[in-house]
Design a protein around this ligand. Structure first.
Ligand code: SF4
Length: 458
């Protein structure tokens, strides 16, 4: 993923006819979420409870992690700790090697995406097949997921049809979703049968029992876990909940917030390995302790990766997930990204209108707009400056601070030809596919407000 958010969005907006379609597809999910919210009387209380549970768990994270590990070991699971992405990759590869596994079926995991697991395993000679339908589509296209819950939301069914035709020899031009899904299912069944090992992500880790909980709509995690003798669950250390009572709060919130479903089709609890099965849990840090130890940003660790903030964000909906050049896109991604490189991700907290729509839908009540605003202030001081932006801010501030200067500038503005305003002062000056300007500068009234007001006073 290369380029700044501004450039990548421009590409999405100007070279495709997808902007409105993408916007509508995401808004459809947001509307479904609202309908589900209305079925729960105490929805706001549920959100506050979820936030409080997460804060409590985070305040005793070390204790809960220890309890989780002890219980998981007692259940017969093997527990590993990965400090960073490289350790996750190495531990996974060594487990696979130890068990003579050369091919792997993997269910959806943004953590393994974040840690670059697939390319690493492929380089080391393993076959990796993503089994979530959306992830399989983007894997076949050699792309990254553009959304954390619906990874192929940026693609139309015709594009999926072309990809399947090219990679799986399906009927050319057949974009019927039923046909395409059946084709993917048939191919994936063979991959499931052939694979030596299964890898899954983890939605929740239950400290009181040492179980991991994986939520899917396709049952693909279960297909892997129940049919393989080597199983690896990759879990970010923020995924812990104290017990089942607390878990119930999140299972009520997750699917409703994510896709507007009352619950995910499969909510699978893996506690004990079956006889002859080696089941591993890798607990991954990868900068989570940096977020944890930062009092200003710790609340970002509450995130349950439901994607609701993306579905509602007007910038995400109109610019597409790939414009964020970080594994997790959208509002929460822009809050997390600077922890993974301030300089390279300094533009992301600015990719927001700060409208606060994300705050309104977040099931764990993260103040996303507030955190984005905080990053803007910090990154402006801590990273290399965008000189033109800095200069224009200084000029703007000196004009807005002076009554006299403001009057002079707004009067002088009226003498600038409209064509110059359109070309030099309009950031939305680019042309769309229809050859028209994306936005046209509005007519400037002949007199300033002050002149108009003075005349009325007379
Ligand atoms: S920040 Fe909130 S809304 Fe966004 S993905 Fe995380 S939990 Fe969901």
């Amino acid at each position: 993923m290369k380029g700044t958010h501004a450039n990548l969005s421009k590409e999405f907006i100007t070279t495709s006819d997808k902007t409105d379609w993408h916007n509508d597809a995401l808004w459809f999910l947001r509307a479904k979420r609202d309908k589900q919210r209305d079925t729960i009387e105490d929805w706001e209380k549920l959100r506050s409870t979820a936030a409080a549970i997460k804060d409590h768990t985070l305040s005793r994270l070390a204790d809960y992690l220890q309890t989780f590990e002890e219980n998981a070991l007692q259940n017969g699971m093997q527990v590993h700790w990965a400090w960073d992405d490289a350790e996750l990759r190495e531990i996974t590869a060594s487990i696979l090697r130890e068990n003579n596994a050369r091919s792997v079926v993997k269910s959806k995991s943004m953590l393994t995406e974040e840690c670059g697991l697939n390319p690493y395993l492929e380089k080391e000679g393993f076959d990796v097949v993503d089994t979530d339908l959306g992830e399989r589509i983007v894997q076949l296209r050699k792309e990254h997921p553009s959304h954390i819950v619906v990874p192929a939301i940026h693609l139309k069914k015709e594009e999926v049809s072309d990809t399947f035709h090219e990679k799986m020899q399906t009927e050319k031009g057949n974009a019927d979703p039923g046909y395409l899904t059946a084709a993917a299912r048939e191919a994936l069944r063979k991959d499931f049968i052939k694979a030596d090992a299964a890898i899954t992500g983890v939605n929740f880790g239950v400290a009181e029992s040492g179980a991991v909980v994986v939520c899917t709509n396709e049952g693909n995690a279960d297909m892997g876990v129940h049919s393989k003798k080597t199983v690896i669950h990759c879990m970010g250390l923020e995924k812990l909940v104290p017990g089942y009572k607390e878990l119930a709060v999140f299972t009520r919130l997750l699917a409703r917030s994510a896709t507007g479903q009352p619950v995910t089709v499969f909510t699978s609890h893996y506690r004990k390995p079956r006889p002859d099965v080696k089941q591993h849990i890798i607990i991954v840090n990868n900068k989570r302790t940096d977020i944890y130890t930062d009092p200003e940003f710790r609340q970002a660790m509450r995130c349950i990766r439901c994607g609701a903030c993306m579905n509602t964000c007007p910038v995400y909906r109109r610019s597409g997930g790939h414009s964020y050049h970080h594994t997790v896109p959208g509002p929460i991604g822009s809050v997390l990204a600077p922890f993974y490189g301030k300089e390279k991700n300094k533009d992301l907290p600015f990719a927001s209108t700060l409208c606060g729509s994300c705050n309104n839908v977040c099931p764990v009540k993260i103040d996303l707009a507030g955190l984005l605003y905080k990053w803007r202030q910090k990154l402006t001081d801590e990273t290399s400056a965008d000189t033109s932006k800095k200069m224009s801010m200084q000029v703007g501030s000196s004009i807005l601070k002076s009554h006299k200067k403001y009057g002079m500038v707004t009067t002088a503005f009226r003498w600038v030809p409209k064509s110059l305003l359109q070309s030099k002062f309009n950031p939305w000056n680019s042309k769309g596919e229809d050859g028209k300007k994306a936005r046209v500068f509005p007519e400037v009234p002949g007199e300033t407000f002050r002149q108009w007001y003075k005349k009325r006073q007379k």
